[in-house]
Design a protein around this ligand. Sequence first.
Ligand SMILES: Nc1ncnc2c1ncn2[C@@H]1O[C@H](COP(=O)(O)OP(=O)(O)OP(=O)(O)O)[C@@H](O)[C@H]1O
Length: 257
Amino acid sequence: MTDSIVATDITHGFENGAILEDVSLGVEPGEILAVVGPSGTGKTTLFRLLAMFDRPDSGVIEFDGDDVWSMSDARRLEVRRRIGMGFQNRSLFSASVADNVAYGLRVRRSWKTRVASAVSGLLGPADYDEAVTAALETVGMADKASRDAGSLSAGEAQRVAIARALAPDPDVLLLDEPTSNLDPRNTAVIEAAMRAARDRGIAVALATHDMQQARRVSDRTAVLLDGTCIESGATDRVFESPTDDRVRQFVEGKLVY
Ligand SMILES: Nc1ncnc2c1ncn2[C@@H]1O[C@H](COP(=O)(O)OP(=O)(O)OP(=O)(O)O)[C@@H](O)[C@H]1O
């Protein structure tokens, strides 16, 4: 298994106590993992740990088999640059759509690109343009490359944020509620971008409170309730024959959150 993120026995909390308790899950290249659960159950907290923004109180986060909190700061930064992130409140900055996407490229050039550029010299502007256009095409925004990001609708801005995460060709893509409050059309575009990333071999993890979205896009689903992973497995199996009674009730719509 390569280029995957695996969390094992993660416990984490704040001054008010533990939010996550003994959570174990992983995402592999070429799959979409959905982490579903009600608001406040700890999805963002978990994704911040996977993104290495925070260090867990206990448990291990491994990237490619290496414990990320046992590595040097320089190596951890290198690993972090291989992870693309689309977090809920990450706003675009006031510049063109293309500049926003290129910014992601400059800050987080992919491992492969950096290895290549070490031997072939620095990337030229044409390479940036190509990567920016390809990323914008994935989310159907290539025709708005020169628009000011401030003039975009919420759905368009969210699509550009995903293009920014995709442009450096990351090994892992972490998306926290990427379609919350978006209309069906923008939601469908973003779900298609997730599938395209998966088909390119990227390990995609999606946090969502929308069970139906998990069912539509993910290969595997982990259900988080009150900070504990109560069920995980192949999405079809989790939805068709859940082992946990609460998951069954969620699936049948008898328990809502
Ligand atoms: N920095 C923090 N300090 C204190 N408590 C926090 C902090 N971050 C999160 N929490 C608390 O942890 C709990 C889980 O929050 P988290 O954002 O991880 O949930 P979530 O499942 O992502 O919810 P949502 O879908 O609403 O974003 C909440 O009760 C929240 O108030």
